[in-house]
Write a protein that binds this ligand. Structure first.
Ligand SMILES: [Zn+2]
Length: 135
């Protein structure tokens, strides 16, 4: 499992802008890149639509997921992470998130609109915090 995730300051800004733009609803995105040892290196962001249009949940449509995976394959990149925001709560995985983390074992990056914090997690046997490195 990954214990760090790296992205650029510019990518971080794009994620935060996306989260602010989608308010009051949760925003989501797919993070492309490469896994190097225990580090997930993000090289590109694929912004997705939250079809739930909800402030407490998000769903990426199957069509968009299929498209996202196809693009990753074309670019020879991996899906290394999933980003979403919690507009009004802390940057910790909800029970729904934990359920989806089981079926999507990548790094989950969560931005809190309440605390303005960006945090990352993996689910192995339990939830583990992943260190975010920005450059
Ligand atoms: Zn969540």
């Amino acid at each position: 499992m990954q214990d760090t995730i790296s992205f650029s300051e510019n990518q971080k800004r794009q994620l935060l802008e996306h989260a602010e733009k989608e308010k009051p609803n949760e925003s989501c995105a797919i993070l492309y890149g490469k896994i190097k040892e225990s580090n997930a290196i993000v090289t590109e962001i694929y912004f997705t639509k939250n079809i739930d249009e909800s402030p407490v949940n998000f769903t990426i449509s199957n069509e968009e997921l299929i498209k996202a995976y196809k693009i990753a394959e074309d670019k020879q990149l991996d899906v290394v992470g999933i980003f979403h925001s919690h507009p009004d709560s802390m940057a910790i995985p909800s029970n729904t998130d934990k359920k989806f983390m089981e079926s999507n074992p990548v790094v989950w990056v969560i931005y809190s609109g309440a605390s303005k914090e960006l945090k990352a997690y993996t689910l192995d046997e339990s939830i583990k915090e992943v260190v975010i490195q920005t450059s």
